[in-house]
Design a protein around this ligand. Structure first.
Ligand code: DX5
Ligand code: ZN
Length: 217
């Protein structure tokens, strides 16, 4: 299974986006957290900034939309060149229709689940998505502690994917660090988002490499 490292720029210096993006050139994606202060109690950035990040990033952009009404807003992120667009199941009206729209705009389609959102309703629809994001903290803020209670959900999801012939990635986001990444990998995750772990490290590039080798086991 591909091991994919997607550092979150939420914890970077937003006054130097280009320089901060350059530090993660050794990663697979740049994870960009879009928050609208409705779906989550925090506000970050929107489409005009994401368009500039797509242009400046040395790696493809993995957009995580923590927004209300993703059916209305998410396709524009795919059209802006994000390689992967993930929206929340709790916010979407028609997740399958939206995933199809994202794919037809050329992006990978991701479905995100808050820690308390069950994965079971989506297990018969796995082929409609390229990635399922199991949030390992409540979405909204960086720097929170990894919730071990989400591990069984990751395992149930990975087992369900194995019963299909779909190549669906399982992403984890929240509290991923050298201390937790192996637990998430052992449970069945293969895409790892890390914000504070990467951007609070002395050497962000070395931290990406360290996380990758721990995840590879
Ligand atoms: C939180 C965001 C995360 C955040 C993770 O809602 O979705 O991507 O940046 O930050 P850390 O890795 O610090 O938990
Ligand atoms: Zn995120």
């Amino acid at each position: 299974m591909a091991i994919v490292i997607s550092p979150s720029i939420l914890s970077c210096d937003f006054a130097d986006l280009r320089g901060e993006l350059a530090k993660i050139a050794g990663a697979d994606f740049a994870h960009v957290d879009v928050m609208d202060n409705h779906f989550v109690p925090n506000l970050t950035l929107g489409l005009p900034v994401v368009e500039r990040i797509v242009a400046a990033s040395p790696v493809p952009v993995d957009a995580h939309l923590m927004i209300a009404e993703p059916d209305r807003w998410a396709p524009a992120y795919a059209e802006a060149g994000c390689a992967s667009v993930t929206f929340h199941a709790e916010a979407a009206t028609a997740p399958v229709r939206l995933a199809r729209e994202l794919r037809s705009a050329g992006a990978r389609a991701g479905l995100a689940l808050r820690p308390a959102t069950p994965v079971e309703p989506y297990l018969d629809l796995l082929g409609e998505f390229d990635m399922i994001l199991v949030m390992t903290v409540e979405p909204g803020f960086g720097g929170q502690s990894f919730l071990d209670g989400t591990l069984p959900k990751i395992t149930r999801l990975r087992e369900a994917i194995a019963r299909t012939d779909a190549d669906v990635w399982v992403q984890v986001d929240g509290g991923i660090s050298r201390a937790t990444i192996e637990r998430a990998a052992d449970a069945g995750a293969n895409v790892f988002v890390a914000g504070s772990a990467v951007y609070s490290a002395q050497d962000a590039a070395a931290e990406v490499d360290a996380l990758r080798s721990l995840a590879q086991g």
